[in-house]
Write a protein that binds this ligand. Structure first.
Ligand SMILES: CC(C)(COP(=O)(O)OP(=O)(O)OC[C@H]1O[C@@H](n2cnc3c(N)ncnc32)[C@H](O)[C@@H]1OP(=O)(O)O)[C@@H](O)C(=O)NCCC(=O)NCCS
Length: 125
């Protein structure tokens, strides 16, 4: 079994007609919101502090996502900083018997205190 096959998705979801754009395919903003959530799931592995998204790098939609497809958001940690965690999110659909990468993104999350100021990461248990 390859390391690719061992990956766990942070989120796996089937999207519905309510999530479509004017073309009847899935609205990009819906995918972006799930990318943000999946990235947060990964970042939270590194801190018990509250986190906020500070950056989402260029996102290119290579293929449309269709209603009813199983969409998986696979995550991994790219960098752990002082107050920030950078993660990557790969988005894939299972189509015609194979996994198809529809988009990918790199996001940075920052741990913040009660006042919303950056604070050092504290290990999540
Ligand atoms: C996130 C936030 C608290 C950072 O405040 P800041 O004063 O810019 O923080 P700093 O300059 O001290 O940087 C804090 C960390 O973020 C990282 N960072 C800041 N801007 C970044 C960027 N554009 N891209 C990547 N990392 C960034 C820094 O490298 C630093 O990481 P490190 O401590 O691991 O080295 C502030 O910008 C904020 O509140 N943004 C709004 C967040 C939000 O509400 N997101 C939801 C979407 S609206």
């Amino acid at each position: 079994m390859s390391s690719e096959e061992l990956r766990d998705p942070a989120i796996r979801i089937v999207l519905l007609p309510k999530d479509t754009n004017a073309n009847g395919t899935i609205f990009g903003g819906i995918i972006l919101s799930h990318i943000d959530l999946a990235g947060a799931v990964q970042a939270k592995k590194h801190t018990k502090e509250r986190i906020v998204t500070v950056a989402m790098k260029e996102v290119i939609f290579k293929q449309p996502v269709l209603v009813g497809e199983v969409v998986s958001f696979y995550t991994s940690t790219v960098k752990v900083g002082n107050t920030s965690v950078t993660v990557s999110v790969d988005v894939e659909v299972f189509r015609d018997g194979e996994d198809v990468r529809v988009t990918e993104a790199e996001l940075t999350f920052v741990a913040v205190d009660k006042a919303g100021h950056p604070t050092a990461l504290k290990a999540a248990n």
